[in-house]
Ligand binder design. Structure first.
Ligand SMILES: NC(=O)c1ccc[n+]([C@@H]2O[C@H](COP(=O)([O-])OP(=O)(O)OC[C@H]3O[C@@H](n4cnc5c(N)ncnc54)[C@H](OP(=O)(O)O)[C@@H]3O)[C@@H](O)[C@H]2O)c1
Length: 279
């Protein structure tokens, strides 16, 4: 039986993947912040006869301390993790800092993914065919990186933030494979295509209208799950691969520049530790 960890597994695509793998007899641990969603996930798992293989961990993954707590809890109780799906997200029309003083998107969309992937790497190495699936929007131009102000203290614009989140994930993937030379873990970046999900967020009126339209036009979650599961079942042989829906993207091109990944890794160390200590 495989063990699959899904951040943001209580709603949308993460939840769809969770229920799919429970239905196939695997063990699934989902993490989300809202206990009502967690309870619903567990009820649905029970309803398909998989309750004893499902687990919900409640945590606000925008907090570094909470990521560390949950990673330690999973590592403590699971010597092997076969797959890690990174799907937590929360849209914000206006800038918000966490109680730890970190801009919310940078914390949830980037630092959480960083902490989970590096923090569970040795548990993943113990898996038979381990994979990290980072759901984002790979392949965008590096100019989306707001290097001088990654946490957008000035000129907060959600569209720019979203583009940067895609880039942060790309560079996180490059950085992960560089930090784990010879790893057996396959790191897959994937954009599932517009999908009608919860679109968790705090929206102003204009953004709420936009998102309502996206929900109407999006494919069903099952279609996204059908597209993504191949990356978990049968990942490409390269350490890092990227997909825009079904189309493979070249990860040796400029958007995946190793020097940019090193620059981000250094900044990350400073944000997390105040100096260049290991994750
Ligand atoms: N849907 C699309 O069209 C689309 C397109 C491209 C890429 N993607 C990517 O696919 C992934 C999944 O998207 P989705 O649309 O399925 O998302 P979604 O339905 O909005 O669900 C987001 C998940 O993140 C969790 N979450 C939000 N804030 C959290 C926090 N502070 N701590 C812990 N968990 C938190 C939510 O649970 P709680 O509310 O309980 O916290 C929920 O489980 C995301 O990475 C997204 O960028 C989606």
């Amino acid at each position: 039986m495989k063990t699959i960890v899904i951040t943001g597994g209580t709603d949308g695509i993460g939840k769809g993947l969770g229920l799919h793998y429970l239905g196939r007899g695997e063990r699934v641990i989902v993490v989300g912040s809202n206990p009502d969603k967690g309870r619903r996930f567990m009820e649905e798992a029970q309803a398909i006869g998989s309750g004893e293989r499902a687990a919900y961990i409640q945590a606000d993954l925008s907090l570094v301390a909470e990521n560390r707590r949950v990673v330690a809890e999973i590592a403590q109780s699971h010597p092997v993790v076969d797959a890690l799906v990174l799907a937590a997200r929360f849209y914000r029309s206006t800038r918000h800092e966490t109680a730890e003083g970190i801009e919310h998107n940078f914390a949830l969309f980037y630092l959480s993914r960083y902490l989970f992937s590096h923090g569970l790497a040795d548990r993943l190495e113990a898996g038979e065919r381990p994979v990290i699936l980072n759901l984002a929007g790979p392949g965008g131009d590096l100019s989306a990186m707001n290097w001088e102000d990654l946490q957008f203290t000035r000129d907060y614009r959600p569209d720019r933030i979203m583009s940067q989140c895609g880039k942060l994930s790309d560079l996180a993937g490059v950085g992960f494979t560089a930090a784990h030379p010879g790893t057996r873990i396959r790191y897959v970046l994937a954009h599932p295509g517009l999908t009608a999900t919860g679109f968790a967020g705090d929206y102003n009126e204009a953004d709420a209208a936009l998102v309502a339209g996206m929900r109407d036009r999006g494919q069903p979650v099952d279609a996204a799950v059908g597209m993504l599961r191949r990356h978990l079942d049968n990942p490409d042989p390269e350490p890092l691969s990227a997909y825009m829906q079904h189309t493979k993207i070249d990860v040796d091109g400029a958007p995946f520049d190793p020097a940019a990944a090193r620059r981000l890794a250094n900044i990350t160390q400073t944000v997390l530790f105040g100096s260049g200590q290991p994750a």
